[in-house]
Design a protein around this ligand. Structure first.
Ligand SMILES: Nc1ncnc2c1ncn2[C@@H]1O[C@H](COP(=O)(O)OP(=O)(O)OP(=O)(O)O)[C@@H](O)[C@H]1O
Length: 764
């Protein structure tokens, strides 16, 4: 039964995957209207389902391949500007950069609580002068001279540029001018999807797939983000292949197809799912993007008829020898999925060969972002396509059993292989347990995906998180080792490295705040992780202290990617309902729908301040209160310091004018009152992180190069970071609720629900 359901699901998914190439703006717009019109949960579910498929594409697409070179775009220009100002202590630096940095060299930071001998000229109170400095920081044309206008700052090579641009193009063969643009872009790697497409006429193996690349995130020839699929055995062990079938598949499918048929004549061109697979080693003009594009479309055309009966074909096209099918980028996970490891016999027995042709469909099933693209891509498939190419279908020989599906299941362990020790915490989307791997004895964290809204299908947030975390590999990003399933295939668990603490809980239990050198150590790691995300076009969108994990080796890791998404340039409207209120950037609070990495940087500013003081910097209870708290501390922004501020939808409110920036009062250079002290350089960094204008806000890269990290006290080595009693025996949620109830939790839940269900949705 499960197998049948699964199989049916896969059929649909495969069709949807094919339809991905049939995207159109029309569809997207139609879809939006449709959801607005219908505005009910079912339709939202449909959209989520669509997103899921896009999510899959984009994440599993080894998106990082060509990005390194791209990061010199807007953020980098901004970064350079900021960096130059801060590290150089001159130039047109950021907030009071030139002046303050000039004295940085003689500043000797004191640990919190200690008196500083270098009272310096900043003094403890600098209300007006600080305002002036802030004003300098925010309004000086010179210091932001390197920052281009918003449009110009967009990364030119974002895959999503293609995504957007091509939507306006109705025929890939007539894109004309776009060729020139695309010719300057890194060539799109063959989507992994292509490797699976049952096109017997074309080579399906792409040797240069960035997914196969090394771990070096800098390398344009190898994606820093490994193929999530590679975590699983065989050629198609996508984590998402483990997903239980959606309950209302038919309804969803039906709706999409009817939409798709309306845009049948539209032939999409390149979009992110294809472009990000560009062969990383190829030059931008190499191979020709358009040729690639056409080829892909051609393939899709051929493949469509296979939608409904593709298991044979897929097996054949991917590998003529069932069982020996090897998929690009899959080797990495082989060890994990070796037969000896296969504890999933119960899964096989319940499914086995009854899981046909689902792997490649599911490969396409998830996208981190895409918004309308989700709809486009998935609506694009049509039954018509399936019907018009019987010939090709017939030309393909029946293949063997759907090995990949079987492999996938073999590779997926059961949660029964873990001994549950205790519950650690429960978040909005998951319950986290401490557990022990019965085989290896390793202590891990198991995050069980909440299926409370199971009727709506597998939670989108979980799909995002699984895909992104399986794709990301960085010391400052929590490592997801594998995905395991419950015995009945009705629950999914992420197996993560276990971290003894989260920053929020830890700080609550600490009597003294972290010292400056400890904060530097933690901030460096946080910035490294954030830079890695941004370099890889991922916005975390929920950076906060409870999403920063610490272990007793002094390591900090970012977790909870449920709200994370890919972003591109030019930016698309996204929901503002992201980022927990206390850490939410002013542009979000003021209604900006287009935002970028700067929102994460603001969160980092709030986190840095919180680490120094052990208190949240802006602990508003509602959006307005949050803004008020920010304005009281940093001064009320205006068009001078933040061009475009007045145009933000929620900026029309007559906010009380707070003329002064009082941040320095909270973090003086010296203190006799126990306030956390911060050197000029440290304050400069904090000020730059908390810069109102997102265009001027410092980037992760620039922040990493900031002077503060080079002055004494130097960042503490991880090895010398203090250890804390393990909290694993405690339920962090319980502890937190008792000690520090989070007044935002309920609000956040509502917001997220609203965002999930709203027309804009999480993806705007
Ligand atoms: N790998 C891990 N090791 C130890 N504890 C973890 C791990 N991952 C998560 N936790 C704990 O579980 C909590 C909730 O995890 P997470 O934030 O991923 O869940 P969530 O449902 O997405 O939460 P949120 O409500 O913030 O969205 C974290 O704050 C942390 O305390």
């Amino acid at each position: 039964m499960a197998g049948r359901r699964h199989g049916g699901y896969c059929d649909n998914e495969f069709r949807e995957r094919e339809s991905e190439f049939e995207l159109s703006r029309k569809e997207s717009e139609y879809s939006k209207e449709r959801y607005v019109r219908l505005g009910n949960g079912t339709q939202e579910y449909d959209r989520d389902r669509i997103r899921v498929r896009d999510l899959r594409d984009r994440v599993s697409g080894g998106r990082m391949g060509q990005r390194e070179g791209m990061n010199g775009g807007n953020r980098c220009s901004s970064s350079r500007s900021n960096s130059g100002s801060s590290s150089g202590g001159g130039g047109s630096g950021g907030a009071a950069g030139p002046r303050r940095c000039g004295s940085v060299g003689v500043i000797v930071d004191k640990e919190p609580g200690e008196l500083s001998s270098d009272s310096g000229s900043d003094g403890a109170i600098e209300s007006e002068s600080l305002v002036s400095k802030e004003g300098d920081n925010l309004s000086k044309g010179g210091e932001n001279g390197g920052i281009k206008a918003p449009v110009e700052k967009k990364r030119k090579f974002s895959p999503i540029v293609w995504d957007r641009d091509e939507k306006a193009v109705s025929n890939p063969l007539q894109i004309g001018g776009r060729n020139q643009v695309l010719a300057s872009l890194p060539p799109p790697p063959m989507p992994k999807l292509q490797n699976e497409l049952p096109d017997v006429t074309e080579e399906v193996t792409v040797e240069t797939s960035p997914v196969r690349g090394a771990d070096n995130p800098k390398s344009t020839s190898s994606s820093p983000i490994k193929d999530p699929i590679s975590k699983f055995s065989g050629e198609s062990e996508s984590p998402m292949e483990l997903l239980p079938p959606m309950s209302d598949e038919r309804q969803w499918d039906k709706g999409l197809r009817s939409d798709a048929l309306e845009d049948e004549d539209y032939v999409p061109t390149r979009h992110i799912s294809s472009s990000r697979w560009a062969a990383a080693n190829s030059s931008p003009v190499d191979k020709g993007e358009i040729v690639e594009d056409h080829t892909m479309i051609k393939r899709r055309k051929k493949l469509h008829p296979l939608d409904s009966s593709d298991s044979r074909l897929r097996s054949k096209s991917v590998s003529p020898e069932p069982g020996s099918v090897k998929r690009e980028g899959s080797e990495g996970g082989k060890g994990r999925l070796s037969a000896s490891e296969d504890p999933g016999s119960h899964l096989r027995s319940s499914s086995g060969d009854e899981y046909p042709n689902n792997d490649s469909e599911r490969d396409e099933e998830m996208e981190v972002d895409g918004d309308s693209d989700y709809k486009d891509r998935n609506m694009g498939h049509s039954d018509t396509d399936s019907e018009d190419e019987d010939g090709s279908q017939g030309a393909l020989e029946p293949a063997g059993p759907p090995q990949r599906c079987v492999n996938m299941l073999r590779g997926c362990r059961s949660v029964d292989d873990f001994e549950r020790l205790n519950r650690i915490d429960e978040g909005t989307y998951g319950v986290v347990f401490r557990a022990k791997d019965s085989k290896s004895g390793e202590i891990v964290a198991l995050k069980k995906v909440k299926m409370e809204r199971e009727r709506e299908g597998f939670p989108l947030t979980a799909l995002r998180e699984i895909n992104i975390l399986l794709s990301l590999h960085h010391p400052s990003i929590v490592d997801v080792k594998e995905v395991v399933v419950g015995s009945n295939l009705d629950s999914i668990y992420m197996v993560m490295e276990y971290m003894e603490h989260d920053l929020k809980g830890l700080m609550e239990s600490m009597k003294q705040p972290f010292s400056q050198s400890e904060v530097k150590c933690l901030m460096l790691q946080l910035l490294e992780g954030t830079k890695y995300l941004h370099d890889n076009w991922v916005l975390h969108r929920d950076l906060k202290t409870s999403n920063l994990l610490l272990n007793n080796r002094g390591e900090l890791k970012i977790c909870d990617f449920g709200l994370a998404r890919q972003y591109g340039s030019p930016l698309k409207p996204y929901t503002q309902m992201v980022v927990t209120l206390w850490y939410r950037a002013p542009e979000l609070l003021l209604g900006a729908q287009q935002y970028s990495t700067a929102i994460d940087m603001w969160s980092l500013g709030c986190i840095m301040a919180e680490m120094l003081s052990k208190q949240p910097l802006f602990n508003g209870t509602k959006e307005y209160d949050q803004l008020d708290k920010i304005f009281r501390t940093l001064g009320t922004p205006n068009e001078t310091i933040w061009p475009g501020f007045a145009k933000l939808s929620k900026a029309r409110v007559n906010f009380v004018k707070h003329p002064y920036n009082l941040l320095r009062k909270k973090f003086p250079a010296t203190s006799f009152t126990g306030s956390p002290v911060l050197s000029d350089a440290g304050f400069d960094l904090l000020n730059k992180l908390l810069t109102y204008d997102p265009e001027k806000r410092i980037s992760a890269e620039a922040a990493l190069n900031h002077e503060w990290f080079r002055e004494v006290p130097l960042p503490k080595s991880k090895d010398f970071m203090p250890t804390f009693p393990a909290q694993h025996a405690q339920d962090r949620r319980l502890r937190r609720t008792v000690k520090s109830p989070d007044p935002l939790e309920e609000q956040r839940r509502k917001e997220l629900l609203q965002a999930d269900l709203g027309t804009g949705g999480l993806f705007g």
